[in-house]
Each structure stands twice: as structure tokens, then as C-alpha cells.
Design a protein around this ligand. Structure first.
Ligand code: SF4
Length: 230
């Protein structure tokens, strides 16, 4: 990544965007991309991905402007077989898609205690509550740390594509962690511009496995209870 690092000016990070509840993150991303294009740069980007379907649109979109590495780190996922299956689907998607710039892939080992240790006391929170906020933080923190160590220009997560995930919260966490590690977060809201709809289309096109629960054991139980399986 060093060849790219030397000539990138991280405008997002230096500008220290003042995030508000009505901030238009798509507009910020548009500005970042316009700057990258007008400067003739191809910055490196570490994308934390939660699953292949959520990454599909994000990769189609951002790979036109960034040299991407996908990071699969999701210690929240239960059980381990699900973790392995989501990795294999992620790999399959990257191999099947055509990109302007090559997309690399990193998957970490299954480390569920990273999740359980961090969400202690909040296990019973409903989906979208404090447990999820902590879960976002664990994954974004790992992405920022690895991006910094490996010399990437930006890091981001695919999570904002989900209509269930609060992009204000995700960008606020990303911003805080970016400042902690001294690396730029790519402010974004991938559900905008029909991003979620496009991810559903791409999932069909590539015949991707689309799980029916978010990932952790608590979301799995919640889903099973709602569907009457338990
Ligand atoms: S519901 Fe999803 S975001 Fe929330 S804690 Fe579980 S896996 Fe994480």
C-alpha cells in the first residue's frame, strides 16, 4: 500500500467532519470520491464486510474508485459453521465479480469471545440497542487497527447498507475510532441511492446465501421465536 499512501491527502480525516443527526453521509462520500477522481488518485481502502450480500453493492460501487481489501472479521456470528459459510460466500463473490482494480480478501479466525466479552451485561437488549452498538464498535475497531497497521488510506464497513442499521451511529463510531487510530474513515451510507435494493439484485444474480438473522446467537433466537420455531 505504500506506493499509494505517499501521495494521498486524507481530506476527510483532516477536515474532521462535524457529524450531526441529519448529516448526509452519501453527500460526504460523493465529495470524497470527486476529490479522489479530480486528483487522479486510487486510494487503498479496507472494507469490513459482514457478509457477501451486504458487500455486493458496496464492492460494485467503491471498486471503481478505490483499491480494496475486504476484511472478514465478525466474532458476533453464531455458530462457527455459519461463520465459515459466510466466509466461503464472500470469497466466491469476490472471485465472481469483475472489478476495475483488483480486490483482495482477508478473513480472521473465529474468535467469539471478542464479542461475548465486550457485550457482557447487554445480552438481552433488543436488536438495534446497546448490544448492537458495541458489536459495531468491536468490528470497526479491528478494521481501523488493521488498516492503520497495514498502511491503508481509508477504512469503512458495509454495515450501513442494511435498513436495520443506523448509519448515524455507524458513522459516529467510525469517526471516533478513526481519530483514535489516526486513520481516515470513509463516511458513507450505502443504503442510499437504492444500495440495499441493488444488493438484493446482485445477491440474486450471484445466487448468494442470504441469512435470515443478523448474526449473533441472540438475533438467531429472536428470529426463531418470531417465526414460531421456538
Ligand atoms: S443483532 Fe447483529 S449487530 Fe446486533 S449484536 Fe447481534 S450480530 Fe451484532
Amino acid at each position: 500500500m505504500s506506493d499509494l499512501n505517499n501521495n494521498i491527502i486524507n481530506t476527510d480525516y483532516k477536515n474532521e467532519i462535524n457529524i450531526k443527526s441529519n448529516t448526509n453521509f452519501q453527500k460526504i462520500l460523493d465529495n470524497t470520491i470527486n476529490k479522489v477522481v479530480s486528483d487522479g488518485k486510487v486510494p487503498s481502502l479496507l472494507i469490513h464486510s459482514c457478509c457477501a450480500p451486504c458487500s455486493s453493492y458496496t464492492l460494485e460501487y467503491l471498486s471503481q474508485y478505490f483499491k480494496i481489501t475486504v476484511l472478514y472479521y465478525n466474532p458476533n456470528i453464531f455458530p462457527e459453521e455459519e461463520y465459515d459459510y459466510r466466509i466461503s460466500e464472500q470469497k466466491r463473490l469476490i472471485e465472481a465479480m469483475n472489478f476495475k482494480y483488483p480486490v483482495e480478501f482477508i478473513a480472521t479466525d473465529y474468535t467469539p469471545m471478542d464479542f461475548h466479552d465486550n457485550i457482557k451485561g447487554f445480552e438481552k437488549e433488543p436488536e438495534g440497542g446497546k448490544r448492537c452498538e458495541l458489536c459495531f464498535g468491536i468490528r470497526l475497531e479491528k478494521a481501523a487497527k488493521m488498516a492503520k497497521e497495514m498502511g491503508f488510506d481509508y477504512f469503512v464497513t458495509t454495515l450501513s447498507i442494511s435498513p436495520m442499521k443506523d448509519s448515524y451511529l455507524l458513522n459516529t463510531i467510525g469517526d471516533r475510532i478513526a481519530k483514535k487510530y489516526g486513520i481516515a474513515y470513509l463516511y458513507s451510507d450505502f443504503k442510499k441511492r437504492n444500495g440495499y435494493k441493488r444488493s438484493v439484485e446482485l445477491s440474486k444474480e450471484y445466487n448468494l446465501y442470504r441469512q435470515d438473522y443478523c448474526g449473533c446467537i441472540y438475533s438467531k433466537i429472536e428470529r426463531e421465536e418470531k417465526s414460531g420455531c421456538k
